[in-house]
Design a binder for this molecule. Structure first.
Ligand code: PEP
Ligand code: MN
Length: 252
């Protein structure tokens, strides 16, 4: 990861085949190698769209394969772990599960042989020390291939959805040897702030970026406000390549 910045971009949630195809085609045309997409969604309200589950996973994985992209999706619980693990290239643990220690142990154990990358998001109210300590559950269960993902924390500030703790990048680099990802979309909550925060994340030394993108954000089934459309994303990636290059890195 040393000379690269990995981009985990894709829709908040997989919605249908056409959406995933369009996103895959855009990612491929930019020379990127991963697609993200939620299929088991942790939603605040049980009345909100919960994701397409196994059906969504099949749509994500089959299209990613035909475009030669790798896949990452969120594991919500032990049942979804069993379904997701055999199908994807990396697992995501969401902010709401940072302290779900039995799930962390189960994921560490399941991936102990394969050492599949685990993207481990910071709890929205967790100190960096608590987040790093929690990551030990995954490591002690057998897998230390962990990417730590800052995604914004709760503060008194409500101009953005969460407050992106950009300091987390250098602090984690100082205190751990794991790569650091910055999820700018969930921190911003509004796509208009995403480009500046993404530039800041790369400049601060992030090893990876997470970005939510959608062919038509206004019609998205979740997190529409914060998703970039594919033209905005294309423009942003071109700009970020320049910053990455100045640091001797390349977006992949
Ligand atoms: C997501 O990445 O889709 C997600 C739900 O993120 P978070 O866990 O950071 O809210
Ligand atoms: Mn989302």
């Amino acid at each position: 990861m040393q000379n690269s910045v990995v981009v985990f971009a894709g829709p908040c949630a997989v919605e249908d085949e056409e959406q995933v195809k369009q996103v895959c085609s855009c990612l491929k045309s930019l020379g990127l190698s991963w697609i993200r997409g939620g299929v088991f969604k942790p939603r605040l309200s049980p009345a909100s769209f919960q994701g397409l589950g196994k059906n969504g996973l099949d749509i994500l994985v089959s299209n990613a394969k035909s475009y030669g992209l790798k896949t990452i999706t969120e594991v919500l619980d032990q049942d979804s772990l069993d379904v997701i693990y055999p199908a994807v290239d990396a697992l995501q643990i969401g902010t709401r599960n940072m302290s779900n220690y039995s799930l962390l142990k189960a994921i560490g154990k399941k991936t102990a042989d394969s050492k599949m990358p685990v993207l481990f998001k910071r709890g929205m109210s967790a100190k960096i020390s608590e987040w790093l300590t929690a990551s030990e559950y995954i490591k002690l269960a057998g897998n230390d291939n962990i990417i730590l993902c800052e995604r914004g924390v709760r503060t008194f500030e409500d101009s953005t959805r969460y407050t992106l703790d950009i300091s987390a990048v250098p602090v984690v680099h100082k205190q751990s040897s794991h790569p650091v990802c910055v999820d700018v979309s969930h921190a911003a909550g509004n796509s208009c702030f995403v480009p500046d925060l993404a530039r800041a994340a790369i400049a601060a030394g992030a090893d990876a970026l997470m970005l939510e993108i959608h062919p038509n954000p206004m019609s998205a089934k979740c997190d529409g406000m914060q998703q970039l459309n594919l033209d905005e994303f294309t423009q942003l990636i071109k700009e970020l390549q320049v910053i990455a290059k100045s640091l001797g890195k390349k977006l992949v």
